[in-house]
Each structure stands twice: as structure tokens, then as C-alpha cells.
Write a protein that binds this ligand. Structure first.
Ligand code: ZN
Length: 292
């Protein structure tokens, strides 16, 4: 199957659905009443809403760069855990998408770890031989970019967000020793055509990649706006450690979209990889769906 693709500067970018997951609708929309959010999402009998786990794959052929942004839930799940979140991982999604470019997981040069919540980066490692044993990297040649302050938080989380970080994901990264730390609030660009933006409302020091071309740009908006439904400034998640900061960060991002013509790529929308937006910073509207 030929996947759709969106070009930003030298990058061919696509949003790859690595699996589906269901999370509590109340947790996904915070103080927003269900009578409002139930009209815009698919909700099941257990009050869970259907979400995708999305990876951005960006290929720059001129510089031999193959970038992944987040890697989904991965496969290191016990049956009862997978059932709780209705985790349905497609284990070949990323290798299939890479194969469309005649690439393999060993060709991935860079992995961006936006944050270490299990639904974003459980896919960084596999069990080496048996479940519960050692793990190995899924993309062993890649430099793994993460903000140092997020890494420090993930290794010592608050009681509120501790369930989102799994020791088995983090210990495998320590053992593999392939982390490249990003520092500060305005980190230097890692290479041509890629900038960093850092947010704090959802989780401390979430690292957002921005792809830039001569006249176009695309921000992986991450978990400050996980789906199209979260394009309302006030619709923020109960998971967020600083929800009022998330609102300010979303409005900052929306203003940049209006002023710079920047597009947004989502991590969790069940059907849409990315959009251009119009309207107001309180309630943007989708002006165009991107072919991601
Ligand atoms: Zn998250």
C-alpha cells in the first residue's frame, strides 16, 4: 500500500499509525463535561475514547537522514495491561512504512523522544528473548534525542504522573546508552531543517520537533493537543501536570500557526495526521487536512 506523504523542505513526512488505544474520556478532556465531548469522539461502554498512537516518519534523502518522532506503545505488554487500555499495536507498522522508502529499522538515524509516557515511546525497545527479561533497541543505530530535564523527571516522577512512566521502558534506554540530551528552554537546532520547541503543561520538558522548509513548517504538537478535538484552547487533559500552562502553550502555538502558516501534526487523532488551522487562538478551526 502506498502511504500519503507531505513535504517540508528536504523532508518527506508521513504520520504512521502504530496502533490504537482507548483512554478514559474524562481524563482526556479534564473539566470539560461529557455532554460536550461525547459529541465529537467515539466513546465505549467503559467511558473510554478511541485514539491512535502516531509516529512521524521524516526522510531527508539529500542528507541520508531518517527521523522518527515517538514510537507508540510497542509490544512489551501483559494481556491484562493491554486489555485495560485496549492496546492494539501493529508490530509491523513502522517497518512497513520504512519499507515504502526501501529502508529498514537499522537505517533510522534519529529518534525524537517527545516524552516517555508509555503510549508515546514503549516502542523504543523490544523484549530481547522472553517477556520480563532484557530489552533491546528497536532502532539500534539511531541517536535518541530527549530533553535532559524530562529524562530526570521520568526517572523520578511525581505520584500524579508515575503510572505513565514504565520502568521497563526506561531501564532499557539506560542499558542501551544511545541517548542524546537536549538542554535548556530554547535548545539549539540539532541539524538543518529541524528546530526544537519545549513545553511544560502536559509533562515537564516535552520536546517538540519543528520541521522547516523555505516557506512551510510543521510542528509535532504532541500531548498539548493530542487530537483535533483538543484544538479548543480550554479542552486540556486531566493528565496534564500544569493545565493552565497547557492552555497558554496551546494559544502560543495557535498564534504561530496563524502568523507563520505553520501546520500541526497530532500524536493521537484516530483519523487525521495533521492540519492547517484558522480562526482564533481560543477556538481554532481546521482550514485544511494535511496529506500526512
Ligand atoms: Zn503524554
Amino acid at each position: 500500500m502506498m502511504l500519503t506523504m507531505y513535504c517540508v523542505g528536504p523532508y518527506e513526512i508521513q504520520s504512521v499509525v502504530t496502533g490504537m488505544i482507548r483512554l478514559d474520556g474524562g481524563a482526556m478532556f479534564g473539566v470539560v463535561p461529557k455532554v460536550l465531548w461525547k459529541n465529537v469522539v467515539d466513546v465505549d461502554d467503559a467511558n473510554r475514547i478511541r485514539l491512535a498512537t502516531r509516529t512521524l516518519l521524516a526522510v531527508d534523502r539529500s542528507n541520508n537522514r531518517v527521523v522518527l518522532v515517538d514510537t507508540g506503545c510497542g509490544s512489551k505488554w501483559l494481556a491484562e495491561e493491554a486489555e485495560r487500555y485496549a492496546i492494539d499495536t501493529n508490530p509491523s507498522a513502522l517497518s512497513d512504512a520504512l519499507a515504502e522508502h526501501s529502508l529498514t529499522p537499522d537505517d533510522v538515524t534519529d529518534v525524537v523522544i517527545t516524552h516517555l509516557h508509555f503510549d508515546h515511546n514503549g516502542g523504543l525497545t523490544h523484549w530481547f528473548d522472553e517477556p520480563g527479561g532484557r530489552t533491546c533497541l528497536a532502532f539500534p543505530q539511531a541517536t535518541h534525542w530527549i530533553h535532559r530535564s524530562h529524562w530526570d523527571h521520568a526517572r523520578n516522577p511525581h505520584t500524579k504522573d508515575k503510572p505513565s512512566f514504565l520502568d521497563r521502558d526506561i531501564s532499557g534506554l539506560i542499558d542501551a546508552d544511545r541517548l542524546q540530551f537536549v538542554e535548556g528552554d530554547k535548545p539549539a537546532p540539532p541539524f538543518e531543517g529541524l528546530h526544537w520547541w519545549v513545553s511544560h503543561g502536559h509533562t515537564p520538558f516535552q520536546l517538540h520537533p519543528e520541521f522547516h522548509g523555505p516557506s512551510e513548517s510543521l510542528l509535532f504538537v504532541g500531548d498539548i493537543a493530542p487530537t483535533v478535538a483538543h484544538l479548543r484552547a480550554g479542552w486540556v487533559m486531566a493528565y496534564d501536570v500544569q493545565p493552565m500552562t497547557t492552555i497558554e502553550e496551546k494559544q502560543h502555538v495557535f498564534r504561530r500557526c496563524f502568523e507563520e502558516g505553520m501546520g500541526l501534526a497530532f500524536p493521537h487523532d484516530p483519523s487525521i495526521g495533521g492540519v492547517m488551522i484558522d480562526g482564533t487562538e481560543r477556538r481554532p478551526i481546521v482550514s485544511r487536512t494535511l496529506p500526512l
